[in-house]
Design a protein around this ligand. Structure first.
Ligand code: NAD
Length: 338
C-alpha cells in the first residue's frame, strides 16, 4: 500500500523501515506536519500515517478523501486530533497504536518528579560551573507523600506501581476503578478529594471534552497548596495561563510538563537558532521550579519498535481485509470515557 508518512523524523524512518521490511508497503516520508496546506502531498497515497500534532480535522480529512485516502494510521495512542465523525462520514478508517510501552511514559513521569523534587536541572548546571552550594536545591522525601493519579489506564497503572515502590500513599481517580491499582495500594476517591489531599498530582487521562482544562483557574484552589503538578497526558488537560498564576502565587509548588496545549508549533522542531514564538510558553520557562520536556515521554527504543510494528500491522490488516487491527471509531469509544 502507498502510505504518506507525515511529521516523520529520522528515528521514525529507521523504525518504520525495519518493521516494514517484509510487508514492503511503499512508505513516502514527509518532514512536514499534516495540515490543510500539506494534505495535497498525500496525492497518490491510499493511507496516511500521522502523529500527535498532525491536524486531522474535517477540512484535512475532506482533502485526503478527495485524493483517495482510505486509512489514517496513527502512530500514537491518543486520537484527540482526529475528527472521528468526519472520518466516518468520508469513509476513512482510523487506526492507532493503543499500547506500545506504558512503562516508557510512566518512567518518564517518575523522572520528572525526581528531577523537579531534587532540582537536578539546576544542580547539573551549577556543578558544571563549579558552584557546589546547596541553597535552593532542597527537596523532600517521596516516602510517605500522597500521590494522586488521575486516569489509571495502562500508563496510570504502570505509574502507580512505580510510586508504590517509593512508599507513597496512592490516591486514584478514574471513571472505571481498576482492581489491579487497588491491589497496588491505591484508593479511589473523587477528583476533588484527590486534589485536596495529594502532594503530587499526576495526569494520565485522555484529552476529552470532560478533561479539557481539568486544571484551570476555578480548580486551582481545590489543590493542596504547594502541590507538584505533573502532566504527561495531553497539553490541554491543563490551562497554562492558570498554572502560571498558580506558580506565581505559590498554589503550585512545582510543575513538570511533557505536553503543552499549543505544542504543535514548538515541539519536535529545533528552534535554537530562532526564538520561541509563544510568549506563554516562554514565560513558563522562566520559572526555576518548572521542568518541561518536548513530548518525549514515549521515546524509548522499545516503544518505537512497538509503534512501528503495530502501525505496519494495522496497514497490512487493512490491505488484507479492509479493516485495521486497532481501529477507533465513534461507536467504539462511546462509553469508554473518551
Ligand atoms: P488508557 O486508555 O489505557 O487510560 C486512560 C484512562 O483514563 C482510562 O482508565 C480512562 O477510564 C481514564 N479516564 C478517561 N476519562 C477520564 C476522566 N474524565 N477522569 C478520570 N479518568 C478518566 O490510556 P493510556 O495508554 O494509559 O494513556 C493515557 C494518556 O497518556 C493518553 O490518552 C495520551 O493522551 C497520553 N500519552 C502521552 C504520551 C507521551 O509521550 N507524553 C504517550 C502516550 C500516551
Amino acid at each position: 500500500m502507498k502510505v504518506a508518512v507525515y511529521s516523520s523524523k529520522s528515528y521514525d524512518r529507521e523504525f518504520l523501515c525495519a518493521a516494514n521490511s517484509s510487508a514492503a508497503h511503499e512508505l513516502r516520508f514527509l518532514d512536514v506536519r499534516l495540515s490543510p496546506e500539506t494534505a495535497t502531498l498525500a496525492t497518490g497515497a491510499e493511507a496516511v500515517c500521522a502523529f500527535v500534532n498532525d491536524d486531522l480535522g474535517e477540512p484535512v480529512l475532506q482533502e485526503l478523501a478527495k485524493r483517495g485516502v482510505k486509512l489514517v494510521a496513527l502512530r500514537c495512542a491518543g486520537f484527540n486530533n482526529v475528527d472521528l465523525e468526519a472520518a466516518c462520514n468520508l469513509g476513512i478508517r482510523v487506526a492507532r497504536v493503543p499500547a506500545y510501552s506504558p512503562y516508557a511514559v510512566a518512567e518518564h513521569t517518575a523522572t520528572l518528579i525526581l528531577a523537579l523534587n531534587r532540582k537536578i536541572h539546576r544542580a547539573y548546571n551549577r556543578v558544571r560551573e563549579g558552584n557546589f552550594a546547596l541553597d535552593g536545591l532542597l527537596g523532600f522525601d517521596l516516602q510517605g507523600k500522597t500521590v494522586g493519579i488521575v486516569g489509571t489506564g495502562k500508563i496510570g497503572q504502570a505509574f502507580t506501581r512505580i510510586m508504590a515502590g517509593f512508599g507513597c500513599s496512592l490516591l486514584a481517580n478514574d471513571l472505571r476503578p481498576d482492581p489491579a491499582c487497588e491491589a497496588l495500594g491505591a484508593t479511589y476517591v473523587s477528583r476533588e478529594e484527590l486534589f485536596r489531599r495529594s502532594d503530587i498530582v499526576s495526569l494520565h487521562c485522555p484529552l476529552t471534552p470532560e478533561t479539557h482544562y481539568m486544571i484551570r483557574s476555578e480548580t486551582l484552589p481545590c489543590l493542596k497548596r504547594g502541590v507538584m503538578l505533573i502532566n504527561t497526558s495531553r497539553g490541554a488537560v491543563v490551562e497554562t495561563r492558570a498554572v502560571i498564576r498558580g506558580l506565581k502565587d505559590g498554589t503550585i509548588g512545582s510543575l513538570g510538563l511533557d505536553v503543552y496545549e499549543e505544542e504543535g508549533d514548538l515541539f519536535y522542531e529545533n528552534l535554537s537558532d530562532r526564538f520561541i514564538p509563544d510568549d506563554i510558553f516562554a514565560r513558563l520557562l522562566t520559572f526555576p521550579n518548572v521542568l518541561v520536556t518536548g513530548h518525549q515521554a514515549f521515546f524509548t527504543r522499545e516503544a518505537l519498535t512497538n509503534i512501528a510494528e503495530t502501525t505496519i500491522a494495522n496497514i497490512s490488516a487493512f490491505v488484507a481485509c479492509g479493516c485495521a487491527n486497532h481501529e477507533v471509531s465513534i461507536e467504539k469509544i462511546a462509553g469508554q470515557g473518551r
